[in-house]
Ligand binder design. Structure first.
Ligand code: NAD
Length: 382
């Protein structure tokens, strides 16, 4: 039977070498509320769910299904991602906390309906403190299956009352963030004639290219998958193509990372020839110091978790309308507010004389501190 445990009859999930300290080290350093291990020997399920914060509401975040070289690496990954979700929800003004889950293993060989059901029971056991969604290695069919076991799942198929794949909403949010960038750099939310390099044209990047072409941009794309580039070129033959290794160094107005994290490092920032960076990829800065490096290099950085919140804003609409039909127009109008949020972040950076990345973090910390004060007052008065 699956269950949540950190000790007892089951073998420890975390190897002795990477034991306690690494798990509780994260909890101490980042203020985690809960890290739960789920295990089911019949199906081979090994899952870790991290609830970073429920201060603003139930923790929401996707389930990543992938192999890890070491179990401790999975714990590190899930904790880092869960914390990121707290920040993403908070800055977007959503009443949701931060959580994330990983299933360890190769989905192509390990995945089975029984395993997903066992995983769903682990989530169910958290009683609504954590709601899951799709992420790398999981898909909408998985969410539909999980939804047959537990109500604590988002992003199910539209036919089942869910909001479906979040990627189109994420791409729309990135497009709206471009408006804030254009206003700041060029005085108006007008992208006509601007040159944008989109690195990674998967679900989000390719939809973003459609929006940018509609807005009159000149677009260059890069992707390690030739098929992804071809699909874009079929729709937009005028799109230019560059080698993924060189994408960040192309002279352009905006560089838009829509693939992997950690693309902005000391080495790559020195090679940037853009006025701004604005893209969907999570964790774009390799280290916090890279926010300042970008500013020193004269590049405006639109913080990733502000820009790529469209998917979670879409999910919030699904939850708000529980029992009613998901309203896409309403959700997308909310997603468009990312432009306003980004303008607020940039204004705060100006006011504080700091970087946009630091300003976004401060706004989040203030919102969490205010919510914590309210909780404290409530517990005193009740
Ligand atoms: P995806 O897997 O559909 O697309 C990623 C694309 O990047 C693929 O086409 C892949 O071939 C390409 N790629 C991989 N490595 C690359 C490299 N080194 N250089 C150039 N291209 C490379 O993923 P997605 O859903 O489009 O998400 C893209 C990014 O946005 C990810 O970082 C993801 O975490 C983030 N994000 C996605 C969503 C969403 O709703 N899908 C929401 C928030 C953040």
């Amino acid at each position: 039977m699956p269950g949540s445990h950190t000790s007892g009859a089951y073998p420890p999930l975390v190897s002795a070498e990477a034991s306690g300290d690494e798990v509780f080290g994260h909890a101490e350093a980042e203020g985690f509320e809960q890290v739960v291990f789920g295990h089911d020997s019949a199906t081979g399920l090994r899952a870790v769910v991290a609830v970073h914060s429920t201060v603003l509401g139930p923790a929401i975040g996707g389930t990543r299904f992938r192999p890890y070289e070491r179990e401790a690496a999975a714990v590190t990954d899930v904790c880092r991602l869960a914390r990121g979700m707290t920040f993403k929800h908070a800055v977007a003004g959503l009443d949701a906390g931060g959580g994330k889950a990983v299933i360890l293993g190769e989905p192509a060989t390990l995945r089975s309906d029984q395993l997903m059901r066992a995983y769903a029971r682990v989530i169910d056991g958290l009683g609504g403190r954590y709601l899951t969604a799709e992420d790398v290695g999981t898909n909408q069919a998985d969410m539909d299956l999980i939804g047959s076991v537990t109500p604590y799942v988002t992003g199910r198929s539209v036919s089942l009352g869910g909001s479906g794949d979040p990627s189109p909403a994420t791409a729309w949010g990135v497009r709206c963030a471009f408006d804030a960038v254009a206003k700041r750099l060029w005085g108006a939310a007008d992208l006509a004639g601007r040159h944008v390099v989109v690195s990674g044209v998967g679900k989000v990047g390719s939809a973003l290219v459609d929006h940018l072409i509609d807005a009159g941009c000149r677009v260059t794309v890069a992707d390690v998958a030739g098929a992804a580039v071809l699909a874009v070129r079929r729709r937009h033959p005028a799109v230019e193509v560059v080698d993924p290794a060189d994408a960040h160094a192309v002279a352009c107005d905006v560089f838009s990372p829509c693939a992997m994290g950690a693309v902005l490092s000391g080495a790559t920032i020195a090679q940037l020839r853009c006025a701004a960076v604005c893209g969907s990829a999570n964790n774009q800065l390799q280290t916090p110091a890279d926010g300042a490096r970008l500013a020193d290099h004269g590049v405006l950085y639109a913080p990733d978790y502000v820009v790529n919140a469209g998917g979670v804003i879409n999910i919030a609409e699904e939850r708000r309308r529980s029992g009613a039909t998901y309203d896409r127009d309403r959700a997308w109008a909310q997603v468009a507010e990312i432009s306003t949020t980004l303008q607020r972040v940039l204004a705060r950076a100006d006011a504080d004389g700091t970087t946009p990345a630091e300003a976004a973090d401060r706004l989040v910390e203030e919102r969490l501190a205010a919510a914590n004060r309210v909780t404290a007052v409530r517990s005193v008065t009740t």
